[in-house]
Design a binder for this molecule. Structure first.
Ligand SMILES: [Zn+2]
Length: 373
């Protein structure tokens, strides 16, 4: 990524700049046109501004966002002078869910503009899911040995499994999962979806790839971890002209060694290119002494068109780290976690608004960097 000697704008300047950008200004104008406020009061400009402040300053709740803007002159000026109440912010979030298509269109504009600035965006994508623990208690009993819980404060949340991260052990958690397709080269989010934690990860891959393509990206490869190593994910990728980059689980066919390259008396055969249209890969005798010296193998989970033995596969699989990095970034720098809302719809809106701020800031800084001379 290019770095330039341009001072980073203050966060308050950035809020004003994003509100003025054509991608977000149109959302403000469209929300205004729906006259959803009903009564005179805070305009969409101030309320979209409050949502940006909440993510840019990584504040999990409206109460403290309002408190911050009240005592911060530059922020107050950036959102237009008057500070909406906590109640107005909450009502805005409720109403925004009714106008989800307008928010979706704004997210489309942001990714489209980023794509125009960064042509390599979306060529190699990485997909993964991550835990979002609920703002609710999922324990079955009220206390140890006590009575059973009758009402759960977040009925959409459920128990799921998460893997270990750093020093935190993997295990069960109660809440939601966010599935994310990130660009392996720029790290930017391309498409995402929130679901209850109990649902499996692999079926999320195909809809994410469709969402990425619907935003005008043309992915060539998709890297995923072992959790996605099932036949339908490979088919979903190849059906869309995308090469899957997924390591193998130790299934019976793998234990029997059926995934290995062909061998002969001269040694292990070498990969010699693939034909995506015919879905076959060519393998060649290492000394060319065999007759025939090469043969075509049909692509499948055990023999993908970019074989796992190649440096290209290894490089692309390393790129998968970008999606993990982006989860950490979104959770810690942009306050995607901890959740302070309940219910699938609200959690999805929270993710959308967080990623909107993330993408809008990325776009603003891309535009701020002058092209290298
Ligand atoms: Zn041979």
């Amino acid at each position: 990524m290019a770095t330039a000697n341009v001072p980073r704008p203050s966060d308050a300047d950035q809020v004003g700049e994003i509100l003025a950008s054509p991608e977000v200004a149109l959302l403000v104008a469209e929300l205004e046109a729906t006259r959803w406020t009903g009564r005179p009061g805070y305009g969409s400009h101030a309320l979209v501004g409050m949502a940006l402040v909440k993510s840019i300053y990584a504040i999990p709740i409206w109460t403290r966002t309002v408190a911050l803007v009240r005592e911060h002159d530059a922020l107050r000026a950036a959102i237009g002078g008057s500070v909406p109440s906590v109640y107005a912010c909450r009502r805005f979030a409720v109403k925004l869910r009714r106008f989800q298509p307008l928010l979706d269109a704004c997210l489309d504009r942001l990714t489209t503009s980023l794509h125009a600035e960064l042509p390599e965006m979306g060529v190699d994508v990485s997909i993964d899911g991550s835990d979002m623990p609920a703002f609710a208690n999922g324990q079955r009993y009220i206390s140890k040995g006590g009575r059973e819980r009758e009402r759960f404060s977040d009925p959409d949340a459920s128990w799921g499994h998460r893997s270990a991260v750093s020093t935190r052990r993997g295990g069960g958690f109660y809440g939601f999962k966010i599935d994310l397709a990130a660009c392996s080269r720029t790290g930017l989010p391309l498409a995402w979806n929130v679901r209850s934690a109990r649902n499996a990860e692999a079926p999320a891959a195909a809809p994410l790839l469709d969402a990425v393509r619907a935003r005008g990206f043309n992915p060539e490869t998709a890297a995923m971890d072992k959790g996605y190593d099932v036949g339908p994910v490979y088919d979903a990728c190849e059906d869309r002209g995308i090469r899957p980059i997924i390591p193998l689980r130790n299934t019976p066919t793998v234990a029997r060694g059926e995934h290995r390259p062909p061998t002969c008396e001269h040694g292990e055969w070498r990969f010699a290119g693939s034909d995506a249209k015919r879905q076959i890969a060519k393998w060649r005798c290492p000394t060319d002494e065999c007759k025939p010296a090469s043969r075509w193998i049909k692509a499948d989970r055990l023999h993908p068109l970019i074989p796992r033995e190649t440096p290209r596969w290894r490089k692309l699989y390393k790129g998968r780290a970008s999606v993990e990095r982006e989860f950490g970034n979104l959770k810690h720098r942009w306050a995607l976690a901890p959740l302070r809302v309940r219910g699938l719809e609200r959690v999805q809106l929270h993710a959308d608004l967080t990623i909107m701020a993330r993408l809008a800031c990325a776009l603003a800084s891309t535009r701020a960097i002058p092209l290298a001379a």
